[in-house]
Ligand binder design. Structure first.
Ligand SMILES: [Zn+2]
Length: 106
């Protein structure tokens, strides 16, 4: 595995390399050991386990760039779709599709 840090320029910055600090995953209902921390500039850091880190990066990008309302909260995704990573991925995919459909309608 590469130790290259994941970056979304100007949006999210890793706050530490994985494995250096111990935190609990913030994803509702998970609570696993979280080795990945991310923060928006000058805002508190957020921590996620390996299963949720990639999905969380996509969620944050959608929340920052897509129209409000295309992506339910993580708690709502747990209720509407289910608690597994594949359920979050389904919600993220639908949010991206909805955004593209809105843009192509305009
Ligand atoms: Zn987790």
């Amino acid at each position: 595995m590469s130790d290259e840090l994941i970056r979304l320029p100007g949006v999210l910055e890793p706050v530490t390399r994985p494995g250096i600090q111990h935190h609990a995953c913030e994803h509702p209902g998970c609570g696993k050991d979280a080795g990945w921390g991310f923060a928006r500039p000058k805002q508190p850091s957020h921590w996620f386990c390996g299963e949720r880190t990639g999905l969380q990066l996509v969620r944050m990008a959608i929340e920052l760039t897509c129209p409000a309302g295309v992506l339910p909260s993580q708690e709502a995704v747990n209720l509407l779709y289910g608690p597994l990573p594949v359920h979050e991925a389904e919600a993220l995919a639908k949010a991206i599709i909805e955004t593209v459909e809105r843009l192509t309608r305009e």
